[in-house]
Write a protein that binds this ligand. Structure first.
Ligand code: PEP
Length: 240
């Protein structure tokens, strides 16, 4: 099964030129740039399409705005519930849930981020409740269309003292997430959404995550902004 690589550029790079250069080396990945770069990157995709070049990155958005506008720019994916929004901007679970519904009704594939702030205490119940709130009111067929990114906040490179999760403990959390969905929405086991891991992924650790069958891909922040490093990550992912 082909592994999925998502680049979350967050508020980088600083110039359009750098964004274009980075985009060109990100073939094989889903790139989620800042909104202001979407128009130009979508133009690059069109030019490549006209030249019959098939190997171009896919485009994703970092948040949902009008689905219609996003689709005009060839955007197929949208990150929902990223920890920067949930924790730094205080986006409540009900808003995450509304955005998820909006993405689905606009036929965008949501990349739904969930993850505990710290691994202490009863993080299992925390994760379970976050999943229940995030997917509340969705039909099982809609949940099956999502990609879920397990991103423990303590593992995200911008969190002070961050360290990557281990593949084994990421698998435990992914199991909690999937069991919650399967148990509450009666999903058929084979139809549960694909799970990605995100949090300090680099070329040095990406293979350890991707060799696990239950991890269908990675969501990469900081390392997706370094051309050589990201090329390595894509290369490793395509050979797992
Ligand atoms: C992220 O912010 O989604 C992320 C995974 O960041 P990083 O890879 O830098 O930890």
């Amino acid at each position: 099964m082909k592994k999925i690589v998502v680049a979350n550029w967050k508020m980088f790079p600083n110039t359009l030129q750098e964004a274009e250069d980075l985009f060109r080396v990100s073939v094989g990945a889903i790139v989620c740039p800042p909104f202001v770069y979407l128009e130009e990157l979508s133009r690059l995709r069109k030019v490549a399409g006209q030249a019959k070049i098939k190997s171009v990155p896919e485009l994703g958005a970092q948040d949902i705005i009008s689905g219609e506008i996003l689709r005009q720019f060839g955007v197929k994916y949208v990150i929902i519930g990223h920890s920067d929004r949930r924790w730094k901007l205080g986006e409540p679970g009900e808003i995450v849930n509304k955005k998820l519904k909006l993405a689905l009704s606009n036929e965008l594939m949501p990349i739904v981020c969930v993850g505990e702030k710290s691994r202490d205490g009863d993080f299992e119940s925390f994760l379970e409740n976050q999943v229940l709130a995030t997917f509340a009111g969705l039909a099982s067929g809609q949940i099956e269309k999502c990609l879920i990114a397990y991103e423990p906040v303590w593992a995200i490179s911008t969190t002070p003292g961050a360290r990557p999760d281990t593949p084994e403990s990421a698998l435990e959390s992914i199991k909690i997430i999937k069991d919650t969905l399967i148990g509450n929405w009666k999903l058929e086991i084979g139809n549960s959404p694909k799970a990605l891991y995100g949090g300090s992924v680099t070329s040095a650790n990406v293979r350890d995550f991707l060799v696990k069958n239950e991890i269908s891909g990675v969501l990469v922040g900081g390392a997706s902004l370094d051309k050589e490093e990201f090329k390595k990550i894509i290369e490793i992912a395509s050979n797992v």
